[in-house]
Ligand binder design. Structure first.
Ligand SMILES: [Zn+2]
Length: 132
């Protein structure tokens, strides 16, 4: 249903024992690394946040279910899409970076079953939904 949002290794998992409030996964890869839309959808946010850094949110409607994906810490100034823009699965959104609260280059990726909310109650483990 979803493709991988980037190449690289998962360096931190979803809501682990050590990081129970980590509501996504961290994927790390060195060098210029494409960040891709995991499914067709519509950009709901594209902005710079203190914690997420340069971040893009995409809303997807798949077989009657709404999902929202979050791609954060993108390389400074590389966001390629605007709010309300339609994106295709595999479309380039930007490049992996370390903006916001990030100590090394990585993608912090979140998958929400339903819309994103501040408490992230709809977050699910992306690994369970990404086709290998
Ligand atoms: Zn993370």
């Amino acid at each position: 249903m979803f493709i991988r949002p980037s190449k690289g290794k998962i360096i931190s998992g979803f809501r682990t024992k050590r990081r129970p409030n980590h509501h996504g996964i961290d994927i790390s890869q060195s060098g210029k690394t494409d960040i891709l839309a995991v499914a067709n959808g519509k950009v709901s946010r594209s902005y710079t946040s203190k914690s997420y850094g340069e971040v893009i949110f995409v809303v997807h409607h798949i077989n009657g279910q709404t999902w929202e994906t979050v791609y954060s810490h993108l390389e400074l100034g590389t966001r390629k899409v605007k709010v309300n823009q339609l994106v295709k699965q595999g479309q380039l959104l930007g490049y992996m970076g370390e903006t916001g609260y990030a100590s090394r280059q990585h993608l912090h990726f979140e998958l929400h079953k339903g819309r994103w909310n501040i408490n992230k109650t709809n977050a699910v483990n992306p690994v369970d939904f990404i086709e290998s």
